[in-house]
Design a protein around this ligand. Sequence first.
Ligand code: 13P
Length: 336
Amino acid sequence: MSELNKIALKIISHGKGILAADESNGTMTKRLKAVNVNSTPENRLLFREILFSSECMKNCIGGVILYDETINQTTSFGKSIPDLISASGAVPGIKVDTGAKELANSPEEKITEGLDGLRDRLKKYYKLGARFTKWRGVYSISNKYPTRLAINSNAHALARYSALVQESGMVPIVEPEVLMDGDHSADVCLSKTSEVIKKCFEELILHKVDLSGIILKPNMILSGTQSKEKISSEEVSHKTLECLKNSVPSDVPGIAFLSGGQSESEATENLNLINKNNNTNFIMTYSYGRALQQSALKVWSKNIKEIEETQKIFNHRAKMCTLAAQGEWVSKLESE
Ligand code: 13P
């Protein structure tokens, strides 16, 4: 077993999942503004420190994705944030892309940037304690999109990023996110997501990336948010499994879904059924941002000194997601 494969498995085995706490300062400001909290470095740290000190970090959270600001911060007890995370048994990770920008010659689409100087930044993050990384490519669906240009260029960037990350001794999370916005059906989402993921693996293989040392972070197969078609969780699970079974090479150890704007309960129920119906050899778990933090953030925002209640809510959410990652979640547990 390679070192990278061991790190990947440590993050996603036994129902553990990933806390995506890598919101950029811009995104975090939006989230905090929505609950009337000032977005200062101190407040961003305070909320995150509360999460990273929670009980569920030991048994539910296998890895935490950080943003550059946070990986350089120190807790109120003088510990570095990566040390706090490692002390709980979870693996510290870092978002290394520098954001999705307008794609030249298809300006309504996006290309993710951040390759220039990446090798040196990775060395710095490794020294700070990171052992895995994230890069997100983003694609929208419409009758014109995603274009072949967006699919190919983002896959190329994801592969170049992954090769550099593995060279630096870390596990790359490969995140091609096909967005939920639009009035498309789930079947269109299935065919577009399959095309996107297949192209990513074509490029990853061309760039000689060790597939046993990556984690794929895809979207689930859903109908568009403006679509009249509403499909059941059971259908979501079957279409998602069909997509991954046909697009992901078997060397990949695991898949950690993004929540992408699903509610906490949708993201939990869908993951649970994916695991119940899992007819693949892949570990299927979560790498949620909003679907892990939303309720905790709401409670915390009422009194930012309130640690216990905030942690209680976060612990509960993480426990539900971890049960779902093992196909053992039932809705009545939500109210217990
Ligand atoms: P959401 O789960 O809120 O979609 O965030 C996951 C993530 O890391 C997006 O890049």
